[in-house]
Design a binder for this molecule. Structure first.
Ligand code: NDP
Ligand code: MG
Length: 377
């Protein structure tokens, strides 16, 4: 029986994780649930699964029924937890992921932003503390699966697929006045609002390129992106003999979550099998067909290295929140990221930033981005 702690249990990935665990009651049980402010749902989940350890990070009154954030850290490191599912949104999830890694746990990571900002440190610590990081972001989960039994010397490149989001085929110029509702309208996936906006702006792919770099220890040139609107192929791996391995399924995050929980065994996940009669065509479109600067930001951040991925991510988090609150236009997301990255280019480049330096760059990039938005709008 494996004991699972879910960070972000009230979100899209959190709820899907609970469904997978429900389908595998004999092998997994929930030992802790964490959310930010959705008290009703958190309490409902805790009651249904009889979970004693619950944490509400934005709870004003520290009631007895909740454990504090400090106690959460202790819980993560204790033998009450075997597997941590990281499904908080944003770099806010970094601290808990690091604790889980340093306690040598199996960590299923959907929460990509901490990997973008501090992936090098997380992977190094995972090695040092013998932790098992298993990506459950669908693309990286597919690549993880494809890479099983491929030796590093035989790997040529990975090809991350991208649905293109709701604005596939549109020029950036034509999207100046899109509404939040338009941007949240993803053709393939149901997700939380941050990930949906990132999918519309293609910043999700920018984050995923950097996420892949650290997870699989690749050079930027070994990471390609292709638009595949059907979202059936979740990503691919090409070996030096030009053969390509791909993972295909219906787009359903439960498949990825079950992969991570059961690895290396396959477990039930209450998903539907791929229907070839309905999904009878697979298209591929060059990412250059979309004139969004997102992928270039990621390439730039990787070339510059150090704190730049964290800066790119922080500026994006700030801008997405402002866009979702209807305070800025869609294309200002890109202007904000560019501005923050340009500001940091004037400073001394740090090759091997410490965790503290990364966190302080993240905080500074947020302030720079907020000021930029305030001055422009
Ligand atoms: P949601 O917005 O649906 O859920 C986020 C969850 O995290 C909620 O439970 C929320 O609590 C909680 N949360 C947010 N901030 C904090 C915080 N500071 N402390 C504690 N809890 C917090 O997001 P998703 O489930 O869509 O995504 C989660 C992560 O997984 C993201 O990083 C996303 O990029 C990644 N991901 C998601 C995919 C998807 O299909 N949804 C696919 C691939 C990756 P509350 O409800 O109380 O606000
Ligand atoms: Mg993804």
């Amino acid at each position: 029986m494996k004991k699972v702690l879910i960070l972000g249990s009230t979100g899209s990935i959190g709820k899907a994780t609970i469904e997978v665990i429900e389908a595998n009651k004999k092998d997994f049980f929930i030992t802790g649930l964490v959310a930010r402010s959705n008290e009703n749902l958190l309490l409902q989940q805790a009651k249904k699964f009889n979970v004693k350890n619950i944490c509400l990070t934005e709870s004003k009154n520290l009631e007895e029924k909740y454990i504090s954030e400090a106690n959460l850290e202790d819980l993560i490191s204790s033998d009450q937890v075997d597997i941590v599912v990281a499904a908080i949104s944003g770099v806010a999830g970094l601290k808990n992921i690091l604790s889980a890694v340093r306690a040598g746990k199996r960590v299923l990571i959907a929460n990509k932003e901490p990997l973008v900002a501090a992936g090098k440190i997380l992977m190094k610590e995972a090695k040092r503390f013998n932790a098992e990081i298993i990506p459950i972001d669908s693309e990286h989960c597919a690549i993880h699966q494809c890479l099983t039994n491929i030796e590093k010397k035989d790997l040529k490149r990975i090809i991350i697929t991208c649905s293109g989001g709701p604005f596939l085929g549109k020029s950036l110029k034509s999207l100046k006045n899109v509404s939040v509702k338009d941007a949240l309208n993803h053709p393939v996936w149901k997700m939380g609002s941050k990930n949906l906006i990132d999918s519309a702006s293609l910043m999700n792919k920018a984050l995923e390129i950097i996420e892949a770099k650290w997870l699989f220890n690749l050079e930027s040139e070994q990471i390609d992106v292709i638009i595949h609107p059907q979202g059936i192929i979740h990503s691919m791996v090409e070996t030096i003999d030009n053969s390509i391995l791909a993972v295909m399924s219906e787009p359903d995050m439960k498949i990825c979550i079950a992969y991570g929980l059961g690895y290396p065994n396959k477990i039930d996940n209450s998903s539907s099998p791929l229907n070839f009669k309905e999904n009878n065509s697979l298209e591929f479109i060059n990412i250059d067909q979309m004139d969004f600067p997102s992928v270039n930001f990621a390439r730039d951040a990787l070339d510059l290295g150090g704190i730049f991925p964290a800066v790119m991510n922080a500026a994006n988090e700030v801008a997405v929140e402002k866009f979702v609150n209807d305070e800025i236009k869609f294309d200002l997301i890109f202007d904000t990221i560019k501005h923050a990255m340009d500001e940091f280019k004037r400073e001394e480049i740090l090759n091997e930033p410490s965790l503290e330096q990364i966190i302080s760059a993240d905080e500074k990039a947020r302030l720079i981005s907020l000021n930029f938005i305030r001055n422009i709008s």
